[in-house]
Structures are given as C-alpha cells and as structure tokens.
Design a protein around this ligand. Structure first.
Ligand SMILES: Nc1ncnc2c1ncn2[C@@H]1O[C@H](COP(=O)(O)OP(=O)(O)OP(=O)(O)O)[C@@H](O)[C@H]1O
Length: 243
C-alpha cells in the first residue's frame, strides 16, 4: 500500500435498535430488567470497501442517514466497527465533532489550549502556535470571550484553525466548512489545497455538492450504508444529483 493512505476493507457497522414501543421510562426499565425488550439489528454500514490515495481529496456523499459520519468515525478510530478493518498511513487530524471538545464557559483562547491538548499537541507546541491559530480564525476580540457567545460559524473557524495548524498526513473535514462564511470558506479551501499539494490526504464529507465537485478528485457515494458508486467527482455528483 505504497501510494495508499487509507484502506477500508469490508466495514460493517451494526446497531441494536429497540423495536418495541414503550410509553414510559418506568415501563422501559421494567421490560429491560425482565429482559423482555425486543431489539432488531440495524446496519449503518454494510460491507463497505474502498481505498484513498496519498495526497488525494476524497469526498463522501449520500442522503441523511446514509452512513457518512459513521464511516468517518470508524476511519478516525473513534468508533469500532462490527466487522472489517481500516488501515491508515500516518497521523490523522479529525475535525469531526471538534465542537465536542469545546467548553462553552471557557474563552476561545482557553479552548485552544484544551482542544490542542485533546488532539495530542504538547503545551509548548500550542503556545508556539497560538498566534497562528488566532490569526487564521480571525475572531478579533472574541478570542477572549466565552465560547457560549460564539455563532456556529465562529466555533467552526476556531476548530478548523486548531486542527490544521499541524501538517497531518490525513485530514478529515466535514460540515464545518459549510458553516463558515464565503471568505472563510475560500481561505480554508486554499489551506486545504496547499496541504494536499504537500501530500496530505483529505477526506471531505458534505451536502454542498458544488463544493465537493470543485475540490474533490474522487467521490464515494453511500446509499443506505452501502457503496453505490466510487469515481471521478464530476461523474458521481452528477449521477447522485439525478438519482
Ligand atoms: N449510536 C447509534 N445507534 C443507533 N443508530 C445509529 C447510531 N449512530 C448512527 N446511527 C444510525 O446510523 C445511520 C447512519 O448515520 P450517520 O450519522 O452515519 O449518517 P450520515 O450519512 O452522516 O447522515 P447526515 O447526512 O444526516 O449527517 C442513521 O440511520 C443513524 O440513525
């Protein structure tokens, strides 16, 4: 797998969903205790295989619930699949649910430290990179304001700036890019392009099909947890739009 950054082989993700309706929590607890709850299997991903080349911009599209986020979480290693394997080459910077590491009571500056540490950067490294992160996020005086007063776009800008301050081999970008305003989107796309030019592999999940088409080389189309098609972005996006 010399030129391959990510090899996904036969990934299946099965959830157990309660198939019985209970009208109260008390009822649920009694049923669960008596082992009377009925469950049915639900497959969020079924036997998914694909590979992503080094330095490639790879998109994943699909309707709501198709399994895109589940796939990203499994690739990022934050979720264990029911079956199958993922081989990755190099360090991965997850952008997904970066907001989950944010604390609303802390200021932007304090959240940079918190998230940097969560992403595994050292304190020294974060301090060195602080100015760069703050500058790229362009939050002005809001950087000293608690995050609970930020808009979703402002949080996304801060998250993107923190995750891309390192030069990861694999970068995961999901909807965060679509909540940024057009200027930030442009700036982020430029940064992503520069990173791929330097060999970083980018995984991009979005409902903004125009954006996927313009920045991705190839696209995976997921439909109800299965691979519908993989191919050049223009071709796949056009088929997906007309489906
Ligand atoms: N923890 C869970 N337990 C049960 N079902 C789950 C769980 N997480 C996700 N699912 C289900 O798996 C399916 C795929 O979800 P996923 O979030 O991967 O979809 P998605 O393609 O990212 O959707 P969207 O475009 O809406 O973000 C959905 O039907 C969802 O309800």
């Amino acid at each position: 797998m010399n030129d391959i950054a990510i090899q996904v082989s036969n990934i299946t993700m099965k959830y157990r969903l309660a198939s019985e309706k209970v009208d109260s929590l008390k009822h649920f607890i009694i049923k669960k205790f008596k082992k009377e709850m009925k469950y049915e299997d639900f497959y969020a991903l079924k036997n998914v295989s694909f590979s992503v080349n080094k330095g490639e911009m790879f998109g994943i599209v699909g309707m709501n619930g198709a399994g895109k986020s589940t796939m990203l979480k499994i690739i990022a290693g934050v979720q264990k699949p029911t079956q199958g394997t993922v081989e990755r080459k190099g360090m991965i910077a997850p952008l997904i649910e970066l907001g989950a590491g944010f604390n609303g009571e802390l200021t932007g500056m304090e959240n940079i430290m918190l998230n940097g540490l969560l992403l595994g950067y050292s304190k020294k490294f974060i301090k060195e990179k602080l100015d760069e992160i703050v500058e790229f996020a362009e939050l002005g005086k809001f950087i000293h304001t608690p995050l609970k007063n930020y808009s979703s776009g402002m949080k996304a800008r801060l998250g993107f700036s923190i995750a891309t301050v390192v030069k990861p081999e694999i970068l995961i970008v999901d909807e965060v890019l679509s909540v940024g305003d057009f200027k930030f989107k442009e700036k982020s796309e430029q940064k992503i392009n520069a990173m791929t030019a330097n060999g970083t592999t980018v995984l991009f999940v979005s409902h903004s099909l125009g954006q996927v088409e313009s920045i991705c080389d190839r696209v995976l189309w997921l439909e109800q947890g299965c691979v519908k098609e993989i191919g050049p972005s223009k071709e796949i996006i056009s088929k997906f739009k007309n489906s």
